[in-house]
Design a protein around this ligand. Sequence first.
Ligand code: PBG
Length: 334
Amino acid sequence: MTKAHTSPLTDLLHRPRRLRRTPALRRMVRETHLTVNDLIYPLFVMEGEGQKVEIASMPGCYRYALDLLVKEVLECWELGINAIALFPVISESKKDHTGSESYNPQGLVQQTVRSIKQAVPDIVVITDVALDPFTTHGHDGLIDENGTIVNDPTVEVLVKMALSQAASGTDMVAPSDMMDGRVGAIRKALDAEGYINVGILAYSAKYASAYYGPFRDALDSAPKFGDKKTYQMDTANAREALKEVALDIAEGADIVMVKPALAYLDIIHQIRLETNLPIAAYNVSGEYAMIKAAANVGWIDEKKVILETLNSIKRAGADLILTYFAKEVALMLR
Ligand code: PBG
């Protein structure tokens, strides 16, 4: 190696730049490695056949009819993606006040799970447990005559929904509703029915975030009145997240999740210090949309920003990332 110029002004023992000098050195001391195994791909399924419709506020994401969704899932599996998270777009005519379509054995989610399991049996299928895609009012729970979201009666419906998803062959249920006690109730019911191997990915620290906007466009599920602040968490709170996580773990969660990811990296980090369970983070629709929008007008280098972003989520302490970039990243990492 050639000698370097030195200066009498510096007399350095430590020179951190030594380890950044070449790509090989940088690879040797790299602390965080993003792989395709970290990714969970959220996908939207709609009724019908032979169609896919791009979501305006999420360029590159589609609502797929079942046949095309199954093709997409197969492609993802071939790219090395281990898991998908499924979200249904339910037609208005099937929605009601109590979200009863959510536990219809012939419902869209149930049919989709069966079709995926037939075509791509080994991919991990994660189904969302929450009422908002199924209710006329767009809330995640049942409402009483005053418009209050009622907890325990909602949990009863969520349990029915989880059981019917389990019966259709899902690998994991993912309660995203933030009702109290739902993880324990779902675990108990699954076990009682013999579904001891169906896992629970709990949306443990889910914030009342403005970053869900594009997702609500995708599902047509924005609340028709009020907001979700009586069940989703206050965006200012961190200790409360630790409390929610502790409760979900005590109730039997297999994986805990923080959502959204980017504005909550500190929460991911704090939870990492508290639990040995796998931690998932949801890189949500608004986070996706911001990158896509800036990239679209040429303001950022999309691929680099995606990788840097997902790396930051892993570096904060997440093991798994739900991200709409999953397929793009799987292609990039090949
Ligand atoms: C609903 C649910 C939401 C998301 C996942 N499940 C929206 C909400 O709570 O209003 C958001 C996902 C995203 O924005 O990407 N239970």
